[in-house]
Structure formats: structure tokens, C-alpha cells
Design a protein around this ligand. Structure first.
Ligand SMILES: *Cc1c(COP(=O)(O)O)cnc(C)c1O
Length: 457
């Protein structure tokens, strides 16, 4: 039925949702409708449409939170109206943000104590931009003080997430991405020397490489930069992109030295909405000491009443995710995070064992030492009889979202598959996935057409 055929004068107060005009005529897609519609009907129709999205509980591709306790839902609802930029109107939300900054700085062994400097962001991407900008401003100030040109900054990194490519392009910095060595899953220290020079604003080390889930060796990267400084005089700061590992390593690998315990680390970013277990929309950027954050980058905003320092790309932003992050830190505590993550890591390792036993796969990362995740590749892609892309499609028919993609530069011929085990993904669910993987492999490697499984052999 088209809209002009619908009797718009009818009182719809008692209509069934599916006989209202908005349901009968189809939802407007290009123009804002002229008339209002009953809220129950609009809700039902939008809700129905969203049901066609992938099932987030079966999304094993994302690092992001897909499950939260009912208390988190309640707090998010209660914070709907709170604009976290209005620190004067919502001082307790601002106070809660400051508490999170202190707790996270302390978790990462910040030497600044009560003077910890940092802020919440919309995620690691914004936090990375802020970290990168601070590196760029500090480098430029030093170059200018030395009377040297400061017009060709570069940033050195391994296989980074796209946010660093964005940073480089948006803020006019040359990105020197070091290619992967044949068997490496990330940047290796001995590669650095060839890429850094006097225009290097910093090196980015990744705690939890997006592609392989392995950690880059932050302490060894710093040691190599120490050696480079000793030999050449270049003093190059290190930023750690701990988007996922920042909320894993402190709990699962407390002995691993990757954070502010490493002198050369000047700033760290992490996503609260990944293993921080907060709902989508929050990240954190923390600087080693106040002098690591150039004051030109901090704006004093006073027209909302009171003078407040802000360092952010956004202005208005919801406060709920920050409050939910605080709730989660209090609710779980260090031991709670450890238990949830240890369970995830054990589940990842169990999946790794299953995958290894299936035959055609070689594990690239077995979930044992870094993130609770598994990645694998085909041992012999030419003889396997199927591709990982086909396997992704097969799994998708059961609702699983397990991505297949090529590795970054110099290893792009290697296609891999990756599963992330996070909060809300149980051992049982992962074993059901393993069953479906086995079934999919046997279907793909048998010659019978899939429409007639009963006639096979
Ligand atoms: C996810 C991720 C990002 C981007 O984080 P968002 O919170 O999604 O903006 C950056 N770096 C790494 C290593 C990541 O895993």
C-alpha cells in the first residue's frame, strides 16, 4: 500500500501496530515524514528492522563489548541526559571521569600519582589522535627551539589499526609503517633503526595487534630506542596503543613490562569498550607526566559556567559510558577482571586445541600469551580444497561472524581467520562454534553438492 492510499485521518489510538499507516505504507527512507506516528508502531518497526543485523552475541570478529549487566543498562538510561562536556552542570560525572583516569593511570603504573593526566574519549581512535598530536607538538617545539625545520614529521609503527593512518593523514604526518617480517606477528625491535630519524615524532607499539592478537615487545622496542639514542643522540618517545591489551595485560600478564614502568613510554591509549568491558563509546588516553601533554593542546572553556580544561576532538558527548566504566571497575575489581579474562583465555586455548586437531589449519596465535583470542591460517592453501573466505560464508549460515582477511604488507599472501573471546562468550558457545567449524570443513571438502547431503556417498 502506498502512503496516498492510507486513510491518514483515521484515529490510530487503538490500532494494532501492524495496521497503522506507518506499518501499512512502509517506513519513509528519503524524506522526513509529514505526520507523527504512534510510538509503539514506530518502535516495533525499527526493532524489527534491527533484527536483520548480525547477532552480536555470535559476532566473534569484534573486540567490543556486546554484553553488559542489567545495572549497566540502568545507569546508561539514567545518564541519557548528561553531557559530559558540561563539567560545571554535571560535576559528579566529571568527578567520576577523573576517578577513572586515576584508576587507569595507576593500573598502568603511572609515576604521576595524584597528578595523573589523561581524559576519556569516544574510543581508542580519538585517544590515538590526541596521543599523536601531543607527540607532534612536543617534537615541533623541540625542533623550533633548536632552530631546525619542523615541517616533515614522521611516525614509525608496525601493522597498526586504521586510526593511525587517519591520524597521519588528518594531521599531516608521514606514516612509516614497518612491513611484517616473514614469521612475525608485529613490529620487531631490530627493524626500528632503519626507519627512525630526526623527524620522527614517536614510535607506536601495539599491545594487541589487531590482525594477529599478539603483543608487540614494548620493553624490547624501548631498549632498542635507548640503544639508538646512545648511538645517534636521537631521543624518540614511545606511545603504546593498548586498545585491547590495556585492559588485559594488567590482569592476565601482570609481570609483563609494557606500560609506564618503561621509562620511554610517554602515553598510552586503550578502549574502555573493548576488554575494559564498558559499553560502546569510551576510550582513555593517559600521559606519563603533565609535561608530556603540551599546554597549547588544552583549551580552557568557560562559557558553560566555570573554567574547565578540555582536550578532545569532540565537544558534546554522552556521560553514560564513563559512568558505566566506573561501575565496571568498582563492580569487578582487579580480581573480577582477572577471573573474567582468565575464563576467556582458557576458552580461547580450548578452541585453539580444537582448531589444531581439525587438520587443515596452522595456528598463528593460540590465545596463550596475549589477548584471549585465536587466529589461524590454512596449512596448505593450494591443496586444502577450500578458502578461508568460503569457510567464513559457511559459518555465517549458522549466524557466526568469523572474519577472514589477508595479513598486512609483506605477508599479504597469508589469509587468516580470527576469533575473539570476550565477556559474554562461554565455553559452551565456543564448543558449538568448533562443532560448526568441523561440519563446515567436511562439507567444503566433500564433492557432493550441498543441496543433497542425504545422497552423499
Ligand atoms: C580497536 C583498535 C583501535 C581503534 O579503537 P576504537 O576504540 O575502535 O576507536 C586502535 N588500535 C588498536 C590496536 C585496536 O585494536
Amino acid at each position: 500500500m502506498a502512503l496516498h492510499e492510507v486513510d491518514l485521518d483515521r484515529d490510530e489510538a487503538y490500532d494494532d501496530v501492524y495496521s497503522t499507516h506507518v506499518s501499512a505504507a512502509g517506513l519513509p527512507k528519503y524524506r522526513v515524514p509529514h505526520l507523527p506516528s504512534p510510538p509503539e508502531a514506530v518502535y516495533a518497526l525499527v526493532h524489527d528492522e534491527l533484527a536483520l543485523d548480525g547477532n552480536s552475541a555470535q559476532n566473534l570478529a569484534t573486540f567490543c563489548t556486546t554484553w553488559a549487566e542489567p545495572q549497566v543498562h540502568r545507569l546508561m538510561d539514567e545518564c541519557l541526559s548528561k553531557n559530559m562536556v558540561d563539567k560545571d552542570e554535571y560535576p559528579q560525572t566529571a568527578e567520576i571521569e577523573a576517578r577513572c583516569v586515576h584508576m587507569i593511570a595507576d593500573l598502568w603504573h603511572s609515576p604521576a600519582g595524584r597528578n595523573a593526566v589523561g581524559c576519556s574519549t569516544t574510543g581508542s581512535s580519538e585517544a590515538a589522535m590526541l596521543g599523536g598530536l601531543a607527540l607532534k607538538f612536543r617534537w615541533r617545539r623541540r625542533r623550533q627551539a633548536e632552530g631546525k625545520p619542523a615541517d616533515r614529521p614522521n611516525l614509525v609503527c608496525g601493522p597498526v589499526q586504521v586510526c593511525w593512518e587517519k591520524f597521519a593523514r588528518y594531521f599531516d604526518v608521514e606514516l612509516r609503517q614497518v612491513p611484517l617480517e616473514p614469521d612475525a606477528t608485529g613490529l620487531r625491535p631490530h627493524q626500528l633503526r632503519e626507519y627512525v630519524d630526526e623527524n620522527t615524532i614517536g614510535v607506536v607499539g601495539i599491545l594487541g595487534v589487531t590482525f594477529t592478537c599478539d603483543y608487540e615487545p614494548i620493553e624490547a622496542l624501548a631498549a632498542e630506542l635507548d640503544a639508538i639514542q646512545h648511538d645517534t643522540g636521537l631521543d624518540i618517545p614511545l606511545h603504546v596503543d593498548a586498545a585491547s591489551g590495556g585492559f588485559v595485560a594488567p590482569f592476565l600478564q601482570p609481570e609483563l613490562v609494557w606500560d609506564f614502568r618503561v621509562e620511554r613510554v610517554v602515553s598510552i591509549n586503550a578502549s574502555g569498550h573493548k576488554y575494559g568491558m564498558a559499553p560502546l563509546g569510551v576510550g582513555w588516553a593517559i600521559w606519563r607526566t603533565p609535561d608530556c601533554l603540551p599546554e597549547e593542546l588544552v583549551f580552557k572553556v568557560d562559557y558553560l559556567g566555570g573554567e574547565m580544561p578540555t582536550f578532545a576532538l569532540n565537544f558534546s558527548r554522552p556521560g553514560g559510558e564513563i559512568v558505566a566504566q566506573y561501575y565496571t571497575l568498582l563492580r569487578l575489581g582487579r580480581e573480577g577482571y582477572r577471573r573474567v579474562l582468565q575464563t576467556c583465555a582458557d576458552t580461547a586455548r580450548a578452541l585453539a586445541r580444537e582448531v589444531e586437531r581439525m587438520g587443515p589449519f596452522t595456528l598463528l596465535y593460540d590465545g596463550g600469551t596475549a589477548l584471549p583470542a585465536v587466529s589461524w591460517t590454512l596449512t596448505d592453501p593450494d591443496r586444502a580444497g577450500f578458502t578461508l573466505y568460503q569457510l567464513t560464508d559457511e559459518l555465517r549460515m549458522r549466524g557466526w561472524q568469523v572474519p577472514a582477511y589477508p595479513l598486512p604488507t609483506h605477508r599479504q599472501d597469508t589469509v587468516i581467520q580470527r576469533v575473539l573471546v570476550r565477556h559474554g562468550i562461554s565455553r559452551d558457545k565456543i564448543m558449538l562454534l568448533a562443532d560448526d567449524l568441523r561440519t563446515a570443513v567436511s562439507r567444503l571438502t566433500s564433492d557432493a553438492p550441498r543441496e543433497q547431503p542425504a545422497f552423499h556417498h
